[in-house]
Design a binder for this molecule. Structure first.
Ligand SMILES: [Fe+2]
Ligand SMILES: [Fe+2]
Length: 164
């Protein structure tokens, strides 16, 4: 059994995954405005993934006899100065998600809620993957700097992302 507090924390993360989708959609739209269609495509897929994450929480909370409730989603940053700023913001956002998952796991462990710990296992792996994808993007964009030809080349690579 999960405590009321743990279920609330799971519900907060459910909402935060939706917020993540919102953040990535804002990045997608801003990228479209800047002619960075590859990045827009990448960010749209990323947003879809975040909705899938949210649904994992939704289903788990329901399985645990908890209440899924929808909270207000804050307005994300809608305009960025550069693709580097977008990727840095995305990486910082994913680090918050990772910290949230750790916090959830600590609470679940404290309560001996093995169901929640087992559920969270997948997210540890996912968060490693998210951070390890974004880190080299940030490094590469720092190296590229103001060279827009290279920025557009990188954008074209992001456009190759397939639904995964
Ligand atoms: Fe996520
Ligand atoms: Fe994510």
């Amino acid at each position: 059994m999960a405590s009321k507090k743990l279920l609330e924390m799971l519900n907060d993360q459910y909402n935060f995954e939706l917020e993540s989708a919102y953040v990535y959609l804002a990045m997608a739209a801003d990228s479209t405005n800047k002619g960075l269609d590859g990045t827009a495509h990448w960010m749209q897929l990323q947003a879809q993934e975040e909705i899938e994450h949210a649904m994992k929480f939704y289903e788990f909370i329901a399985d645990m006899d908890g209440d899924v409730s929808q909270k207000a989603i804050p307005e994300p940053k809608n305009e960025y100065d550069s693709l580097l700023e977008i990727m840095e913001t995305a990486l910082a956002h994913e680090k918050i998600v990772t910290a949230n998952i750790y916090e959830l796991a600590n609470k679940a462990q404290e309560e001996g809620c093995f169901d929640t710990l087992e559920f969270l296992n997948w997210f540890f792996m996912e968060q490693r993957e998210e951070e390890n994808t974004l880190k080299p993007y940030v490094q590469r964009l720092k190296a590229i700097g103001d060279n827009m030809i290279e920025v557009f080349r990188f954008d074209a690579e992001l456009g190759q992302r397939e639904d995964d």
